[in-house]
Design a binder for this molecule. Structure first.
Ligand SMILES: C[S@@+](CC[C@H](N)C(=O)[O-])C[C@H]1O[C@@H](n2cnc3c(N)ncnc32)[C@H](O)[C@@H]1O
Length: 325
């Protein structure tokens, strides 16, 4: 029997979702339970997408293309078991990755030769996608993380996915070493540590058990780290460079409030409109939350993209700013 969300999820968390989702609240809360489609993407650093599709179909994997990108596909949980037994999976010719999780690595315009920094990169799913978009083994990409155990997984992911020219680095992105702070970056991704509330599924206790502490204090402690990360990253942008900020949290204090803080610094930054990407998720996407608990965030929220959790993807927030030339 599916547990009642009101019985298992902390009231403070449910209240924050209801307040931020407004008229979407019932749909958003419904998105916290039920089976979710699985997804993967092709890895063109290790072969052509068309060849992979043919090979997987011949191996009996049932999957469907998704509008997110030419490399994105969805499949059932049963089909994913078959997928994970294929040589293509073991050899890193594809990567099992949620649709929402692919988005932050897709929205920025990248050109080969760009210098790209993934500031919170482990276990490496988005870094490997950035590397693929750069081509040439991910030449130009630096991917850092401060957690030693997770850093090991990041190195493994980059290697397996053929991002042999990407540079992994073990460091705290709030106090980066000269290899990062000594240059300007054309593109930076801050896929920040967060409360992870977009990934909640009531049937899976490990996705919400950690919220049964002081939820409010937890959100605010994450927000402090997020603000420090985004501020530091913004200072490293080259003129014309883009910074993507993303979380898998539903809470505006980890999302719109963090971006608002950044834009209020009077740095030469302007929001970039991500609403066209919402068309690729027509049923459960929308702009950022405009106001929360008496704070009006501002016009920029229209340029942000929120994915509300549903049968296809987790809850996610993505924003992009550009440094003016
Ligand atoms: C949401 S996860 C990143 C997921 C990753 N982008 C991916 O797609 O595979 C956040 C990561 O930030 C790292 N992190 C937390 N604080 C950090 C800091 N100050 N500097 C660098 N990395 C940090 C965590 O260790 C964690 O691996």
């Amino acid at each position: 029997m599916v547990p009642d969300p009101n019985a298992v999820l902390p009231a403070t968390f449910l209240a924050a979702v209801r307040e931020s989702a407004g008229e979407r609240a019932d749909a958003a809360l419904a998105g916290f339970h039920g089976e979710r489609l699985r997804s993967f993407r092709a890895n063109t650093l290790k072969g052509r997408c068309g060849d992979l599709v043919k090979e997987l179909r011949e191996a009996g994997v049932v999957f469907a293309p998704h509008a997110l990108s030419d490399w994105s596909f969805t499949l059932s949980a049963e089909a994913e078991v078959v997928l994970k037994a294929t040589p293509a999976y073991a050899e890193g010719r594809l990567y099992s990755q949620g649709l929402a999780s692919q988005l932050p690595a897709l929205v920025a315009p990248l050109r080969s030769g760009d210098r790209v920094l993934d500031a919170c990169a482990a276990p490496g799913g988005k870094a490997a996608l950035l590397a693929m978009r750069l081509g040439e083994g991910g030449d130009g990409l630096t991917a850092c993380d401060r957690a030693p155990g997770r850093y090991g997984i990041l190195c493994h992911t980059l290697k397996l996915m053929g991002a042999t020219k990407a540079r992994p680095l073990l460091c705290d992105a709030r106090t980066p070493p000269p290899a990062i702070s000594g240059r300007a970056w054309d593109h930076i991704l801050v896929d920040a540590p967060c409360t992870g509330t977009g990934t909640v599924r009531v049937e899976v206790p490990r996705t919400w058990e950690h919220l049964h502490i002081d939820y409010e204090a937890y959100v605010l402690s994450r927000a402090r780290i997020q603000v420090a990360l985004i501020e530091r990253a913004a200072a490293l942008l080259a003129p014309g460079g883009t910074l993507v900020y993303s979380t898998c949290s539903m809470d505006p204090r980890e999302n719109e409030a963090v971006v608002r803080h950044l834009l209020a610094l009077r740095a030469p930054l302007e929001p970039v409109d991500l609403s066209p990407w919402g068309k690729r998720f027509p049923t459960a996407s929308g702009p950022g939350v405009a106001a929360f608990r008496g704070t009006e965030y501002g016009e920029f929220t229209k340029a942000c993209l929120r994915l509300w959790p549903n049968h296809e993807h987790e809850g996610f927030f993505v924003a992009m700013v550009r440094r003016k030339r």
